[in-house]
Design a protein. Structure first.
Length: 195
């Protein structure tokens, strides 16, 4: 009887060991699959450069609202529309878009824009090559084409950055002169003309 209990205990140890090994292999496989879908960075030597927090840069209430939707301890790059782009393209301004009756609609629009303009990696403008295009996938799968002009200006999907390399924790922010979005979403902001 004592011998069978010992064997049972040993068998339990093997079952636990086998289950732990399966769990580790599953996690390792999941990490491999997740890394397989990350966008490629341009080739080149990468250095760990320290960037100072730039909390003193004013992004406006709508820009700050977008940034607050992301965790600041994970690396993201966010292409935030400028205040004039919010107003001109999305018809949003911080004075009336954040009122109680419109805040839900504004949140929905900003969430959708975030899907198009957020990349799950930290990308400073100096890491984007001049005249050579870098392809990035946003968190929604929207394809972004980034390059720098010879004068150093960052261009993403033909939209110029007004201000680049603003940091909030691990988030890299670039303020854009337009809004990054797909054609279908853009159609919802174009005026309807009746013939």
């Amino acid at each position: 009887m004592r011998l069978s209990r010992q064997r049972l205990k040993m068998g339990g140890f093997h079952v636990i060991s086998f289950a732990s090994l399966c769990l580790l292999l599953s996690l390792w496989s999941l990490l491999l699959l997740l890394n397989a879908h990350l966008p490629d960075l341009p080739p080149g030597p990468y250095k760990l450069l320290r960037t100072e927090e730039t909390k003193d840069v004013q992004l406006g209430k709508l820009g700050e609202m977008m940034i607050s939707m992301l965790p600041d301890d994970l690396p993201f790059t966010l292409f935030v529309p400028s205040e004039s782009a919010f107003q001109g393209v999305l018809q949003l301004n911080s004075s009336d878009s954040l009122l109680d009756q419109k805040v839900n609609e504004t949140f929905a629009i900003l969430s959708r824009v975030m899907g198009f303009s957020t990349v799950p990696l930290r990308l400073a403008s100096r890491e984007v090559p001049t005249r050579k295009e870098v392809l990035l996938d946003s968190v929604s799968g929207f394809r972004l084409h980034a390059h720098r002009r010879p004068d150093g200006a960052l261009i993403v999907n033909n939209v110029r950055a007004e201000l680049a390399d603003i940091t909030r924790g691990e988030i890299m922010i670039h303020i854009m002169s337009g809004v990054l979005m797909d054609a279908e979403f853009e159609q919802s902001f174009r005026p309807d003309y009746e013939d």
